[in-house]
Design a protein around this ligand. Structure first.
Ligand code: HEM
Length: 276
C-alpha cells in the first residue's frame, strides 16, 4: 500500500507551511517588535528562557527596521500561506485561477524576501558567531561595520538566496510555457529552498524543550552556534528530501515502471507529458 504522492506533500509539507504563516502572523510575530509594548514583553519573556537555542535578540532586533519587516518578515508569512494552498491538488483543479494568482503572489514574495535578506546583511542583522558579532549600534538602530562585513554566514545565505530565486523563476517560466511537469518539479524545489526556515524553528524549539527538561542553560555564544547548526541541518534536510522525493517520483513514472504497471484504463491509457 502506498500513499498518493500528492497526498504525501499535502500531509507532510502543507501543515509546516501553515505553521510558519502562524509563526509570522500570530506568534511570535516578530514583525510586531517595537510596535506594541505588550507584545515586546511577550517576546522578551519567550527569548529569555535559559534553554533557548537562538541569539537573544533574534526576535526583538527588527524593532527599528520597518523595511526589513515589510520586505522579509511579512512576505514570508504570505509566501508560506500561498505555498500551502499551492500544494492542495483539489484546489489546483477546482480553482486554477486561484492557483495561478497565488503562484504569482508567491513569486513576488520570494523576490521581496531576498530583497529583505539583502537589507538584513547591509544592516548587520544576520547573527554572527561571538565575539565577531560585537557590532556597533548606530543612532537609528542600524548596525554595521567591519564585523558585519566579515560575517562568515553571508556566503552560504547568499547562495541559498540565489537558489531560492532561481527555483522561483524556473517554476514560473515552466508554468508560462505550459510545461507542468517541469513546473511542478521546480515549484517543489522552491518550496524546499524556503521550508528549511520552518524546520530550523522546529529544531530550535526541540532543543529548547530538551534543555528546559534537562535544566540546561546556554551561553549567548552557544545559542548562536546552535542557531546556525540548526539552520544548516534544516537546509540539508529540506533540500535533500525534496530531491529524494523528486527522484522517487521520477523512478515511479519511468517507462520501465510504467511497463510493469498495467494501465488502469487501457482504452484511455495515453497521458499528456505536459500535465502532472
Ligand atoms: C532562502 C532565503 C532566505 C534567507 C537567506 C533568509 C535569511 C534570514 C536571516 C539571516 C534571518 C535573520 C536570522 C538571524 O540572524 O537572527 C531571517 C529572519 C527571518 N526569516 Fe528568513 N531567510 C530566507 C527565507 C525565508 C523564508 C522562506 C521564510 C518564511 C517561510 C523566512 C522567514 C523569516 C522570519 C519570520 C524571520 C524573522 C525571525 C523570526 O520571526 O523567526 N525567511 N531570515
Amino acid at each position: 500500500m502506498h500513499m498518493d504522492k500528492d497526498k504525501v506533500l499535502v500531509v507532510a509539507v502543507a501543515p509546516l507551511l501553515l505553521c510558519m504563516s502562524g509563526w509570522v502572523g500570530l506568534h511570535p510575530a516578530s514583525y510586531l517588535a517595537g510596535w506594541w509594548p505588550a507584545h515586546d514583553a511577550i517576546l522578551e519573556r519567550l527569548i529569555s528562557q535559559p534553554g533557548m537555542a537562538t541569539p537573544s535578540d533574534v526576535l526583538s532586533k527588527y524593532a527599528p527596521h520597518t523595511a526589513v519587516k515589510l520586505t522579509h518578515i511579512l512576505p514570508s508569512g504570505v509566501w508560506s500561506l500561498c505555498g500551502a494552498l499551492q500544494l492542495i491538488p483539489r484546489l489546483r483543479t477546482a480553482a486554477p485561477r486561484l492557483h495561478r494568482v497565488s503562484g504569482q503572489v508567491m513569486s513576488l514574495c520570494s523576490c521581496l524576501i531576498v530583497v529583505g535578506y539583502a537589507l538584513m546583511e547591509v544592516r548587520g542583522l544576520v547573527a554572527a558567531p561571538l565575539p565577531a558579532a560585537a557590532v556597533q549600534t548606530g543612532a537609528d538602530g542600524v548596525r554595521g561595520g567591519a564585523d558585519n562585513d566579515a560575517n562568515p554566514h553571508h556566503p552560504a545565505l547568499r547562495l541559498l538566496s540565489a537558489w531560492f530565486l532561481l527555483t522561483a523563476g524556473a517554476a514560473l517560466v515552466q508554468a508560462r510555457r505550459g510545461n507542468y511537469r517541469a513546473h511542478r518539479r521546480w515549484a517543489l524545489r522552491h518550496i524546499a529552498s524556503g521550508a528549511w526556515v520552518i524546520l530550523q524553528r522546529l529544531f530550535v524549539l526541540g532543543i529548547a524543550a530538551w534543555a528546559s527538561a534537562a535544566g540546561v542553560a546556554f551561553s549567548e555564544a552557544r545559542r548562536r552556534e546552535l542557531f546556525f547548526a540548526a539552520a544548516s541541518a534544516a537546509v540539508v534536510t529540506s533540500v535533500a528530501t525534496a530531491e529524494l522525493y523528486l527522484w522517487l517520483a521520477a523512478e515511479r513514472s519511468s517507462p520501465m515502471a510504467a511497463a510493469a504497471t498495467p494501465p488502469r484504463h487501457p482504452s484511455r491509457g495515453k497521458t499528456s507529458t505536459k500535465t502532472d
